[in-house]
Design a binder for this molecule. Structure first.
Ligand code: DXP
Ligand SMILES: NCC(=O)COP(=O)(O)O
Length: 250
């Protein structure tokens, strides 16, 4: 059954909007874990639009020994101000997992996975350095990306299927092709010995159909929709609703 990793980026967006300490990302993570979430995810970006380095340190301490901590980020992005770079943050906080995402600062959000034909040479030494910290490494990949097995060859443990296009197709009422593409890519990854995670724009509306169509997903990381839904229903009830969907989709 897939682990639910709650992404708390959007709690930090609200906090930063007023320049104070509330709402606290640690309080949100505590509530998510209390409700049964199996993990917490953050995506610290060099421009610190939401999650800041100190959030990562605070959450690492809070989650330790209780659940999985997953840090996402662009491994090629240089340090900037007090953002020390992804590898430095991972070395310092030792999360269970790091998910490499090829986002540039100009993106409003993550919208594509790695091009391994272009990126494998640069990724391999970074993956090795990250694994040397004892952290599981996952690569953010598009459904249908060619050469998925190369992720295993360069040392990754998992891929994370970018589910944005699936979510858009589901909202349009025509997700069969998107699910099939995700299933094909997941099967290719699993045949190469890679675990399969999934994330981006998953929601209570589209999660069950995805999990039923893509067998063997180990983790779903969900933030934007979950936090939005929690504004109306509360964070703990919303996390429990996602857990019930995951359980029902087995
Ligand atoms: C990699 C991915 O799809 C998301 O986890 C990402 O963290 C979203 O980033 P924002 O919360 O900054 O949109
Ligand atoms: N890796 C996906 C993630 O952590 C959250 O993505 P979203 O639910 O905020 O789109």
């Amino acid at each position: 059954m897939a682990t639910l990793s709650v992404n708390v980026n959007k709690i930090a967006v609200l906090r930063n909007s007023r320049g104070g300490d509330e709402p606290r990302v640690t309080a949100a993570a505590e509530a998510a874990l209390r409700a049964g979430a199996g993990g917490i995810t953050v995506h610290p970006r060099p421009d610190q639009r939401h999650i800041r380095p100190q959030d990562v340190r605070d959450l690492a301490a809070l989650v330790a020994g209780r659940a999985e901590f997953n840090i996402e980020g662009n491994p090629f992005a240089p340090a900037r101000g007090d953002y020390p770079g992804l590898l430095a943050l991972v070395r310092e906080t030792r999360p269970q997992q790091v998910t490499l995402v090829p986002d540039g600062d100009g993106q409003i959000t993550s919208d594509h996975g790695f091009d391994l034909d272009r990126d494998a040479g640069r990724l391999a030494p970074l993956v090795a350095a990250l694994k040397a910290t004892g952290t599981r490494v996952s690569l953010f990949m598009d459904a249908g990306a060619p050469g998925i097995a190369r992720a295993a060859e360069l040392g990754a443990d998992r891929i994370e299927l970018y589910t944005g296009p699936y979510a858009q197709a589901h909202a349009a009422g025509d997700s069969a092709a998107a699910v099939a593409l995700c299933r094909e890519t997941a099967t290719e990854a699993q045949a190469a010995g890679l675990g399969v995670n999934a994330g981006h724009d998953l929601s209570q509306a589209n999660l069950a159909d995805f999990l039923r169509g893509v067998p063997g997903v180990l983790e779903v990381s969900i933030g934007h929709a979950l936090v939005g839904e929690a504004l109306y229903a509360g964070l703990e009830p919303t996390v429990r609703a996602y857990l019930a969907i995951i359980a029902s989709a087995r």
